[in-house]
Every structure is written in structure tokens, then in C-alpha cells.
Design a protein around this ligand. Structure first.
Ligand SMILES: *Cc1c(COP(=O)(O)O)cnc(C)c1O
Length: 399
């Protein structure tokens, strides 16, 4: 409900949940695949999954891309490809999605959670403090597309000779100092799950320039027997690894690739519009004395499809919960990460890890950080609707 004196909304609340339609070009290819039944990536030469891998590698400017079932599978295979010993300790930001520490556990490694600051990025003091000689790998999750300081992280990791994996699930199109996110560490992992920039329902891909890592990941993804021959440019590496590695069978199938391939051409438009939308709404929120959208880091050009903001000043939990209600009453979904029950992005809910560390900075951030969807397809009036609803909701609680 609008506050007294405010105009009643003249348009219905924008739908922030529906995806964009899949490009028309996917239909003919899907028809062809359905008619032939050729769905397995290794049946025919030059199958859609192989074509996607070639196109995605070209898009990212990497030597190799390996398409798999999900970003979580890509993260798991990345850790396995690094050949880390059982029980290896892996640094990972404590602000991420539960599937990320889960991939570390799945790879028989131990996640070491690092504090994340109010700006949603890795707290470098805690990162340095926890980066002792027991750390075998670093997995940087660019949560919600917020890029941590990759210069500082790479400098430290390189000095110690420790490999970095980038969880770029939500960072397709993000650029750091002229470099594409996902190409800065040894391996980058992306998601094609429906809430990411490219939507195939499910799917993932890893990129790397390292032929040994690529070959190992390909075999373990399920390139059994001599199916590796359908991946170009790796023959020497494959011969070495044949029959030496387990097959985890987490391949992508051709229908997914048929849905993804025509969307790659849409990425620049989605990135451009997503960033413009985000910055437009962020500027309006930052005019409120009660709201704060942290700025991007200097070297970072973001590719957001959602908006995160902090509740500024003193807010009680009850007030933060009321903000959610007030925004919902105005037609906009806002979630305080730490205040929605069982949120998979709140580290204290990752009870599968056993004893959880105290992470006061990350906890404080999660208790006041808000999440709202902001798809690239929204129009200016829809963005105004969302921004006004959130600003009015904050004023209704605090005004
Ligand atoms: C969505 C997401 C994942 C998981 O991706 P899936 O493809 O669903 O496995 C991992 N990390 C981040 C930051 C994500 O946003």
C-alpha cells in the first residue's frame, strides 16, 4: 500500500521471476535433435555440446571449455582436476551459495570459510590471516556477481604457488581490469541454471588454458574410452590420463547446448542492460538515508541481473523484517539474506560442514544485506516502480 500522499501505482508490479523467451533459433535445432534422437554428446561428430564448447572458449578467449551438468559439477571437477590430496584445505568466501562448499566436500576437501565484508567481497585481512601453509587451493565465489579484489588475491596465491578457481556462476560478462572474470584464476566455472545470465534450466561449463587440467576434467566428466577424441587439441594429454581417472559422468546433453548456443549472442545486450538497470535503481536507493548500495571496485565492470543493498544506520531485526513486508505490500520481493529461514546463502545453515566457525563480519553483513531480482529485460517504468517501492518501504519503517 502506498504511504499517505503517495500516488497509487498506475501499473501492476513488474514480474521479476519470468525468464526471457529462448531465442527462436533454438527451435529448429531442438526439432532436429528430437527427430533424430541424437541427444548424447558423444554419438555424432561436431555435436551441439562440442560446438558450444568451441564457441564458449572463443567467447571467453580461453584455450579450452568443458560443458557439464551444472556449475557445481564444474567446481567439483575443477578441484578433482587439480589432484588435491584427500582432506586438502580450500579457502572459500563465507558469502556464497551452499552448493559451493558442498562441491568442496564432494571433492573430499575441507572448506575454510573466509569473512566477507559489507561490500559483499572477500575481506582481505581475513583472507591473508587464513592463507597459511595448510591451504592447497583457493575457490573465489564472485557471489551475486560481486568481484573480490582479484589483484590482491592472485598476488598472494601466486606467491604461494596455490591454484585459484573462480566460481563465476553469476559473473558471465563481468570484466576486471580488462580481463574477463573466470579467466583470471587457473579455472573458471559458469552456470546455465535458470537464474543466471544464460538460461538452460540446468548446465555449467569450466574454462581453462591448461591442457592437463582440461584433459583431466574432460575424462572425469565422463569421456569414457576414446570419446576424448571428440575434444580437439588435447591428444597428448589424454593418452597420459586414459584409464587413470574415475568417470563421474556429469556431462551436458545436446538439448541443453541447443538452448544455450543462441543465447550467447544475447549476452552483450543482457550485460549492458543489466548494468544500466542496476546502476539506475542503485542511484535511486542511495538517495535514501536508510539504504546503501556499495559501489563496484575500481577495476570492475559488473554484469548484474539482481541488486544487493544494505540497510544503513541502526536497524533492528524486527525493522529489517518489516522492510521485507512493506516492500512485498508494494509489489516487490526483497529478501534479507540472514533473516529468511533456512536461506542457503547464510553460512550458519551449512550444518553439513559440522562445526561452523564464528564469522562476525559476514554474519553482520548477512543480517542487513538485501537481495532483489532485477532482470535485464525490465523497462524504465518498471525500474522506477521497484526503486520507489523499496525507498518507500524503508521510509515506512524508519520515517
Ligand atoms: C548458481 C550458483 C552456483 C551453482 O550453480 P549450479 O549451476 O546451479 O550448480 C554456484 N555459485 C554461485 C555464486 C551461484 O550463483
Amino acid at each position: 500500500m502506498p504511504r499517505d500522499g503517495a500516488l497509487a501505482p498506475t501499473c501492476p508490479p513488474p514480474n521479476c521471476y519470468d525468464a526471457e523467451p529462448i531465442p527462436e533459433a533454438a527451435r529448429a535445432e531442438i526439432e532436429r535433435l528430437l527427430a533424430s534422437g541424437d541427444l548424447f554428446r558423444y554419438t555424432s561428430e561436431n555435436a551441439p555440446v562440442s560446438q558450444l564448447e568451441a564457441e564458449f572458449a572463443a567467447f571467453m578467449g580461453t584455450r579450452y571449455a568443458v560443458a557439464v551438468a551444472s556449475c557445481s559439477a564444474a567446481l567439483f571437477l575443477s578441484l578433482k582436476a587439480l589432484d588435491l590430496p584427500r582432506g586438502a584445505r580450500v579457502l572459500v568466501p563465507a558469502f556464497t551459495f551452499a552448493a559451493v562448499p558442498s562441491a568442496i566436500v564432494h571433492a573430499d576437501c575441507v572448506p575454510v570459510l573466509v569473512e566477507v565484508g559489507e561490500n559483499f567481497r572477500v575481506d582481505l585481512d581475513d583472507f591473508r590471516a587464513k592463507f597459511d601453509d595448510s591451504i592447497a587451493a583457493v575457490l573465489i565465489s564472485h557471489m551475486r556477481g560481486h568481484t573480490s579484489d582479484m589483484d590482491a588475491i592472485m598476488e598472494l596465491a601466486d606467491a604461494k604457488g596455490v591454484p585459484v578457481i573462480e566460481d563465476a556462476a553469476h559473473s558471465l560478462g563481468t570484466v576486471w581490469d580488462g580481463k574477463k572474470i573466470g579467466t583470471i584464476g587457473k579455472i573458471g566455472c559458469f552456470s546455465f541454471q535458470s537464474y543466471k545470465l544464460v538460461n538452460a534450466g540446468e548446465g555449467g561449463v569450466l574454462v581453462t588454458d591448461d591442457p592437463e587440467l582440461a584433459a583431466r576434467a574432460i575424462i572425469m566428466s565422463g569421456a569414457y574410452e576414446h570419446n576424448w577424441k571428440k575434444h580437439p587439441g588435447l591428444q597428448n594429454s589424454f593418452v597420459h590420463w586414459q584409464n587413470q581417472l574415475p568417470l563421474y559422468n556429469t556431462r551436458m546433453q545436446n538439448l541443453s547446448a541447443a538452448v544455450i548456443r543462441p543465447q550467447l549472442a544475447e549476452v552483450p545486450r543482457r550485460v549492458r542492460d543489466g548494468l544500466a538497470n542496476h546502476d539506475y535503481v542503485a542511484a535511486k536507493l542511495n538517495e535514501s538515508p536508510w539504504l546503501d548500495v556499495p559501489p563496484a571496485l575500481g577495476p570492475e565492470t559488473r554484469a548484474p541481473d539482481s541488486l544487493q543493498f544494505n540497510l544503513k544506520g541502526d536497524w533492528t531485526d524486527a525493522e529489517a523484517l518489516r522492510l521485507q513486508d512493506e516492500a512485498r505490500a508494494r509489489g516487490v520481493g526483497v529478501q534479507v539474506f540472514g533473516l529468511s529461514k533456512d536461506n542457503a546463502r547464510a553460512f550458519w545453515n551449512w550444518q553439513f560442514l559440522g562445526e561452523l566457525p564464528e564469522l562476525p563480519k559476514t554474519r553482520a553483513m548477512l543480517m542487513r544485506a538485501c537481495d532483489t531480482r532485477l532482470p535485464a529485460r525490465l523497462t524504465r517504468p518498471e525500474l522506477d516502480f521497484i526503486a520507489d517501492a523499496i525507498v518507500e518501504a524503508a521510509a515506512a519503517v524508519k520515517g
